[in-house]
Design a protein around this ligand. Structure first.
Ligand SMILES: NC(=O)c1ccc[n+]([C@@H]2O[C@H](COP(=O)([O-])OP(=O)(O)OC[C@H]3O[C@@H](n4cnc5c(N)ncnc54)[C@H](O)[C@@H]3O)[C@@H](O)[C@H]2O)c1
Length: 442
């Protein structure tokens, strides 16, 4: 099939590369000319395991193309996927300007029947808006070209995006045209060979499914963080409680890890957007509101522990930070807990020595660029040299079994604030570390 993908970010590039890998002819479009130029030279703009290899392979094969021209892409495609960002707007609603702009540009440039597939996460009712804009633009041109709009929200996880796209848990397709549905079903057949994973529904339910899924996952995290905070105050160990409840098959072990809050480009904005959607439609979203407020305060818990231990004036101290990205195996630092924690500590005068396996450039150039007193280092042990304590913020694998002797040698004080509960408390005490975790009294 001939496919265009509009928006070449985490979702667009992965979608384009995976669809090309299955033999389709794909053009990825972006308004960011620098990004497109780099891709044409083989420079991949993001870190995502396995992505570079399939992008380069398919680009070489001629099945994956990159362009800034939407017109060129539309002329050569039967399906046009929208994968542009839908960030949080100032009022908390999803900012749809990029999605609606793409709809407008498609309406201005299309010359034949096309299926417009919305992969961006968008509030219920967006497909109707996209359809309206397409009709309006075609009307302006005096043309009556048929088209269909389909909702196909994306569920990939950064860090395992290729695996998730190639072997999805499910593919949600919201369509009101049997012809368009059949075409999208055919598109996904190579990804669902093992067993049928495609779930058909109406467009509004498909749009809602994406928000409900992210809100559910965010709820599990905030719930567990609330339990952790109670555990800490009553002398229980949340690590044991987690295993105790996870063993119940109705609850399960996934997404019940306590930590220093959720971040990233999806959960915070999607919970907020769903909250706004509920309010605007006359329903007070009590759970969603609590999920968000619990998370906002959870992001500060680790910094509060440091302040309780070292005092409000941190100007004499330097803290090592392990992990800046919002989760392991990605360089995505949007809304990461590290930004809140580092912001709190530097506000109190602290110096920071930060290390992350992949996110240093993006953090230092964008998300932390206004923060003073941060030195970035290229090894986890270098971050510890001369530091008064270590804060572990992102649970990258290389932090799981570090050389504790080396750490003890480099740190000024053997103190660890672990925001992801990576180590065994008893072992840390045996090794002589002062060890602070989430949800366990120190
Ligand atoms: N990142 C994820 O893990 C993930 C997972 C599932 C769903 N989503 C959703 O997918 C959507 C995209 O997310 P992302 O993380 O890939 O975003 P991103 O910010 O990484 O990429 C968006 C890209 O769209 C481009 N763009 C903006 N306007 C454009 C236009 N008019 N024409 C062409 N390109 C344009 C931007 O330059 C950017 O490169 C969002 O709605 C998001 O909520 C994201």
């Amino acid at each position: 099939m001939k496919i265009s993908i509009i928006g070449t970010g985490y979702v667009g590039l992965v979608t384009g590369a995976c669809m090309a890998q299955m033999g389709n002819n794909v053009i990825c479009v972006d308004v960011d000319a620098g990004k497109i130029e780099n891709l044409q030279r083989g420079v991949i703009p993001i870190y995502e395991p396995g992505l570079e290899a399939i992008v380069l392979e398919n680009f070489k094969l001629g099945t994956l193309h990159f362009s800034t021209s939407l017109k060129e892409a539309l002329d050569n495609s039967e399906i046009c996927c929208i994968a542009v960002g839908t960030p949080m707007g100032e009022d908390g609603n999803a900012d749809l300007q990029h999605v609606l702009q793409v709809a407008r540009d498609v309406g201005k440039n299309m010359t034949h029947y096309i299926i417009v597939v919305d992969k961006s996460t968008v509030p219920v009712g967006t497909a109707d808006k996209v359809r309206g804009i397409l009709q309006e633009e075609l009307g302006r041109r005096g043309l009556q070209i048929p088209f269909d709009v389909v909702s196909n929200p994306e569920f990939l996880k950064e860090g395992s995006a290729i695996e998730d796209f190639m072997r999805p848990d499910r593919v949600i397709v919201g369509a009101d045209s049997p012809g368009a549905f059949e075409k999208i079903k055919e598109l996904y057949e190579p990804f669902t060979k093992n067993h049928e994973r495609l779930i058909a529904m109406d467009i509004r339910s498909a749009e809602m499914t994406k928000y409900a899924a992210n809100a559910m996952l965010a709820t599990k995290i905030s719930f567990m963080n609330e339990i952790a905070n109670i555990c800490e105050r009553v002398g229980a160990d949340v690590n044991k409680v987690r295993i105790g409840i996870g063993s119940d098959s109705r609850i399960g072990y996934s997404f019940i890890y306590p930590g220093c809050g959720f971040g990233g480009s999806c959960f915070p904005k999607d919970v907020r957007a769903l909250e706004k959607l509920a309010l605007e439609n006359g329903h007070p979203p009590e759970i969603l509101k609590a999920v968000r407020t619990v998370n906002e305060s959870q992001k500060k818990v680790l910094a509060d522990k440091v302040i309780n231990r070292f005092g409000k004036d941190l100007s004499a101290y330097t803290f090592a930070v392990w992990g800046l990205s919002f989760k392991p195996e990605t360089d995505d630092t949007r809304d990461a807990s590290s930004i809140t924690i580092i912001g709190e500590l530097t506000k109190h005068g602290a110096g920071i020595k930060a290390y992350d396996p992949k996110a240093i450039d993006v953090a230092s150039n964008f998300y932390l660029k206004d923060h003073k007193n941060i030195e970035y280092v290229r090894s986890k042990y270098d971050a510890l040299s001369g530091a008064d304590a270590l804060l572990l913020i992102t649970e990258w694998k290389e932090f799981r079994s570090p050389d504790f002797d080396e750490m003890a040698k480099r740190l000024k004080n053997k103190i660890i604030f672990d925001g992801r509960n990576q180590y065994n408390k008893e072992k840390m005490h045996e090794l002589g570390f002062e060890y602070h975790q989430i949800g366990v009294a120190s």
